[in-house]
Design a protein around this ligand. Structure first.
Ligand code: NDP
Length: 490
């Protein structure tokens, strides 16, 4: 992609043209149409309705996917209920073997999964290949290890599975969110009904096939595709014992209302507006990479994205100069190209949301910087964007944009940095860049954020719990903490 000179600073472009390096799609077969995965088979939906899932980089239809109605959801919950009897009684070391097998098959089919994730969701292939798919396999591998050690994990308690878990996931990390939800549930002896997001159902369909390949007993995993309505049927079903949701705070609140008083367990992993805080003693080049990774990774479709940059006033100018120069080298384009840094926006609706909020930022007086880059004609695209002159009251500093848009604010003292970082209804994540270990520890204690990264950003590991405070939700996924919501310990 050609990048020209533009913008207030007219920075010199030092990049060079890359030859296309497209990942092959030859090894991938996508069916024309997918049914619902219920009781170990793909079945026709009772609703008789299907909807298209498209490639957001080209707007071409990839496949048709079934839209589950209340009857379909009921059938899936029944299948999971029947499977629960044997699965929960099974020797835990046998359960572990199934999870290890799933992990191994994900690794074996990793290229196929990465390509389908990129086609269906628009994310760069290097991200689905190096982050999403390996982490999904790692989650199954990690939780497989817990399946036969639950008694030792919770001494003097008798851990028991809950029953059927209803799980609703978003479109930003489709396979990885599936793994976050399904792996701990199964390790703890529960069975599941999962609803993938409407715009990214395809890797869940491949995962259904992986369950068959692993000879997982029928009904242990059921997958019902559909839109928000399908999710609401699942959450409301009386035989669901535990609801796990990742998505917007707005829908999280609806779900919390729907399950209130039912006795269902609930975990909510919602939005965020993370502060990425850079002190004047930070290693500046590393910090620039961390800022870029924090907000432009996965087009900013990341709940824990570092969407508010808090930079110490004394280094604002040199840091922003380097950041603008770095933005000019980001390559936007075909997500299947291994050189691509910024892929397609996941959907038209999401693109419109980003465009709307960027417009609000301009109206509120913030100053925009975008490197000049050619956006492909078809598909949904938004260039990496930087706003300066942002104040805390601006909507672009308060609301989750969920796109490649960074708002820059400044601070003078650590106390001011903490106050600004915590001045948000969210509390999911934060980043601190400084040379001083003691300052990192002090900042970590002061900040109301579930995860605080020090001199890095967006690092994930299955052994480490992840989750939020305030409007970012409650409950933790990952690590031993991630087992707790799926167990009765009394
Ligand atoms: P939603 O919260 O609507 O979607 C998340 C999941 O919930 C999807 O599977 C969705 O289905 C489903 N869902 C929607 N409505 C209901 C309901 N009433 N009951 C049960 N399930 C439901 O997020 P959106 O896709 O609409 O994105 C909107 C905004 O949410 C984004 O701009 C972003 O700010 C934020 N978001 C945050 C995420 C995070 O990781 N924290 C992830 C995704 C979005 P369907 O996809 O079919 O609509």
């Amino acid at each position: 992609m050609a990048i020209e000179k533009r913008g207030e600073q007219a920075l010199q472009v030092s990049g060079f043209e890359y030859a296309p390096a497209l990942e092959s799609t030859d090894h991938v077969t996508i069916a024309n149409r997918y049914g619902l995965f219920i009781g170990g088979s793909f079945v026709e939906p009772h609703s008789k309705r299907y909807f298209p899932t498209i490639n957001p980089a080209t707007e071409e239809t990839l496949a048709e996917v079934a839209e589950a109605d209340a009857e379909d959801v009921g059938a899936a919950v029944r299948a999971a209920g029947i499977a629960f009897r044997a699965w929960s009684q099974m020797d835990p070391s046998r359960r572990a073997r199934y999870l290890f097998r799933i992990s191994r098959i994900i690794q074996e089919r990793s290229r196929e999964l990465a390509v389908v994730e990129t086609l269906d969701g628009g994310k760069p292939i290097k991200e689905s290949r190096d982050v999403d798919v390996p982490l999904a396999a790692a989650h199954f591998f990690y939780y497989a290890g817990w399946a036969d050690k639950l008694e030792w994990a919770f001494p003097n308690r008798t851990p028991r599975p809950l029953g059927v878990a209803g799980q609703v996931i978003p479109w930003n990390f489709p396979l990885l969110m599936l793994a976050w939800k399904i792996a701990p549930a199964l390790a703890a002896g529960n069975t599941v009904v999962l609803k993938p997001a409407e715009t990214t159902p395809l890797t869940a369909m491949l995962f259904a096939d992986i369950c068959r390949q692993a000879e997982l007993p029928d009904g242990v995993v059921n997958i019902v595709t559909g839109a928000g309505q399908t999710g609401s049927y699942l959450v409301a079903h009386p035989d669901i014992k535990k609801v796990a949701f990742t998505g917007s705070t707005e829908v999280g609140k609806l779900i919390q209302r729907a399950v209130a008083g039912t006795g269902k367990r609930l975990t909510l992993e919602l939005g965020g507006k993370a502060a990425n805080i850079v002190f004047d003693d930070a290693p500046i080049d590393q910090a620039v990479e961390g800022i870029v990774n924090g907000i432009y990774f996965n087009q900013g479709h990341v709940c824990c994205a570092g969407s508010r940059l808090l930079v110490q006033e004394s280094i604002q100018e040199p840091l922003l100069d380097k950041l603008r120069a770095r933005l000019q080298t980001l390559r936007l384009g075909n997500p299947l190209d291994k050189n691509t840094d910024i892929g397609a926006i996941n959907s038209k609706a999401q693109l419109e949301k980003i465009q709307g909020l960027v417009q609000v930022g301009l109206q509120e007086g913030a100053e925009i910087y975008q490197p000049a880059c050619q956006l492909p004609e078809r598909g949904f695209w938004f260039p990496p964007t930087l706003f300066t002159n942002v104040s805390q009251s601006h909507r672009i500093a308060r609301e989750e944009i969920f796109g490649p848009v960074l708002s820059v604010l400044t601070f003078r003292t650590p106390a001011e940095a903490v106050e600004k970082a915590n001045n948000t209804p969210y509390g999911l994540s934060a980043g601190v860049w400084t040379d001083k270990g003691s300052r990192i520890l002090w900042m970590t204690e002061q900040m109301r954020a579930g995860v605080v990264w020090a001199n890095t950003f967006n690092r994930f590991d299955p052994t480490s719990p992840f989750g939020g405070y305030k409007e970012s939700g409650f409950g933790r996924e990952g690590g031993m903490h991630g087992l707790l919501p799926y167990l009765d310990l009394n």
